[in-house]
Every structure is written in C-alpha cells, then in structure tokens.
Unconditional design. Structure first.
Length: 365
C-alpha cells in the first residue's frame, strides 16, 4: 500500500534569539532573497520526486525559526510549487508557525488566502513579567490581539505556552490557561521549560521549576484541561476531538514525511527501505532496529500509544519481540503501561515518566 506523504519546510531565521531556545535557527539577515529561498525548497522537493510516485500530500508544515517572517506571496509560491509536482489531498492540513509580533490583520488574511489553514502561535506566556523573562519581543496586548485575529482567520488555530517557569504557581498558571481558552481554542501546546546546554539561560545558570513541582503542575494541567474539553492526545498537546494536529500525528505514528531546507529532517519509506533525510537530502538508510527504537520513542508520546500491526508495517519488527519483555511486564504491574493484543500505551501516571519508561523498554537500564 502506497502511503501519503507529509512535508516539513524549515525556515531557519528569527528576529531575535530566545534565551531558552536550542533549535536550529539564525538571526534574520538584513537582506535575504525570499524568492530564492522558495526555489531552494522546491529544488529539494525535486530531489525526492523519484521516490514519491503515486503519493498524495497529506500535510505541509512551515516551521522554524519564525516562518511568519516570510511574505505570504512566497508561502503561496512554495505551496503552488508543491501542488504542481504532487497531488495534494482534499482538505490537507497546511500549517504555519508564527509569533504575535510578526503579524497584523492584513498578513493573517494574506496567509490564509495563500493556503494556510492552520496557524500555531508562539505566545509562550500570558503575563507581562514572564514574557520579559522568556525574552519574548511581543507584549501581552500584541499576544491577545494576535489570538483574536488567529481564531477568526484560520479554521484550525493553536497556541504554544511554556510552563514550569521559576516560582510558577498553579493559581497563576490557571489564570493564563483560562485567558487562552477564553478565545475558544480547540488546541493548545504546553512545553516544560528546560534549560539546554548552549542557551542563554544555561550560561546564566538559570533554573526552571523543581522537577517534583513541575510534575505536579503538569498533572493538574492535564486534569483541568480535560474538564474544559481538551484531552491530552500527546504528552505536550491537548485538543478537542477532531482538532488534533494531523501533521504532528504523522511524526508520532510513524508516518512518512520529508524535510525541505537547511535544518529539516525527515523519515520515509520507498522500495522496501527506510530513509532518513537531513537538510533536504537523503542522508542514510535506516536499519529496522534504528527505526523501531524511534517509533517506540515517538509512539509512546501519544495517548493511543503504539499499534503493533502499524509498528511492524513501519519498521518490519515485531513490537512485542523488540521491547524488553521483563521490563514491559514490570511496568504493567507498576501501573505505568497498558498492554493488550493491539499494542502498548502509557497510563496517566506513566506519562510523567516517559523518558525512563522508553529507556527501560529498549534496554536494561
């Protein structure tokens, strides 16, 4: 069976560098040729075309960086170029990441007209003090205005927030969640503040919230959002039924996707082989065990877990043979993992120990 294909497009530039961020990005040069960049994306796509015969595009995701720096006409140029080369599924999800201060009403509407039907807005905090602490260059007023415009302009709209900030209390965090949900959001992404090597926060020896307090805050958030109609469908993502991110589920469920542009990664199968892509090129062929470990790590991030049949189709390995069975049985007895004939999934408690559980399932640690 020929799989649909998803496309990730990486825009590496930001207007400024956030002190917590360690993703591949660079400060936006004063002058760069947007049209040339669009052509480079499409040239990368051309290199993959011999492997994509008979495939339809399921989703496209412009990530970064801050891709909303791009002109809407250039985004449209890339989307038109994709449609000229590959059939695009009816109703395909076309996402763009954005920051509140890169938008005004006209740009929202122009991106929508260019073909974007899902916007992910990097708000990160909904109080002025923490916006300043996180190095965000937008104000609270700009964030609220962008949220209002985004909900109105796009069929699917999501907001990113960062939790486990130093000294953060549940009462304050709940107010931010309530403010976000007051816009009628059906999707929200919540990321724990972690201090990564090489970031400004690491150099300044800034620490996030204590791990036990962060875990407690996360648990409270899960139950609160559930009471408000947004279910955790992935460890960091919450949505009303039917509003989940189609593109991101491709990653977590082991679907095929290619990455275009410097800093972009991908995984896809063709001719009975599994390929890893880096910087818009095929980098290597993955062996079954490598892909199986990736699928285990990604699949346990989602509420529905890993389907054994889909796992075998994606990597050629038997799920229950691949994992450490003794560790799996122990995790079930500890109430951290649920197992049946169809596959495995984390329990609510298990989500708090995701990294440890994956480690135990793939080794003797």
């Amino acid at each position: 069976m020929v799989k649909d294909i998803s496309i990730y497009i990486h825009f590496p530039y930001c207007r400024s560098r956030c002190p917590y961020c360690d993703f591949f990005r660079a400060l936006k040069p004063k002058v760069f040729d947007e049209r040339e960049l669009a052509e480079r994306y499409l040239a990368d796509l051309d290199g993959f075309l011999p492997y994509l015969a008979g495939r339809d595009v399921k989703s496209v995701f412009f990530g970064g960086g801050t891709p909303s720096i791009l002109s809407p006409s250039v985004v449209g140029q890339v989307l038109d170029g994709i449609a000229e080369r590959l059939p695009v599924c009816s109703g395909a999800e076309i996402s763009l990441e954005a920051n509140p201060n890169t938008f005004e009403r006209e740009k929202f509407l122009a991106f929508r007209k260019a073909g974007i039907n899902r916007l992910s807005l990097g708000v990160q905090a909904l109080n002025a003090a923490d916006l300043k602490f996180l190095g965000r260059t937008h104000s609270l007023e700009e964030a609220l205005q962008a949220m209002e415009l985004g909900v109105a302009a796009f069929p699917k709209f999501s907001v990113d927030l960062i939790y486990a900030r130093p000294h953060q209390r549940w009462e304050d965090w709940q107010k931010e969640i309530d403010l976000a949900l007051s816009f009628g959001l059906k999707h929200i992404s919540l990321y724990q503040l972690t201090i990564e090597d090489g970031t400004v926060f690491a150099r300044k020896n800034i620490t996030g919230l204590d791990e036990e307090l962060a875990a407690s805050l996360y648990e409270q958030t899960v139950f609160y959002l559930r009471s408000r109609g947004l279910e955790r469908y992935e460890v960091s993502n919450f949505a009303a039924s039917g509003s989940e991110s189609v593109h991101n589920l491709v990653y977590w469920q082991g679907g095929d996707y290619i990455g275009l542009g410097d800093g972009a990664h991908g995984r896809f199968s063709a001719g009975g082989k599994i390929f890893a892509t880096v910087d818009g090129r095929i980098a290597e062929e993955l062996i079954s065990a490598e892909r199986a470990e990736e699928l285990l790590l990604m699949g346990l991030r989602i509420k529905r877990g890993i389907n054994a049949a889909a796992f075998k189709q994606a990597c050629g390995a038997d799920l229950f043979t691949f994992v450490n069975r003794a560790a799996m049985d122990m995790l079930v007895r500890q109430g951290l993992l649920a197992v049946d004939n169809e596959g495995i999934r984390l329990t609510d408690t298990g989500f708090l120990l995701l990294d440890e559980i994956v480690c135990r399932l793939v080794s003797d640690c």
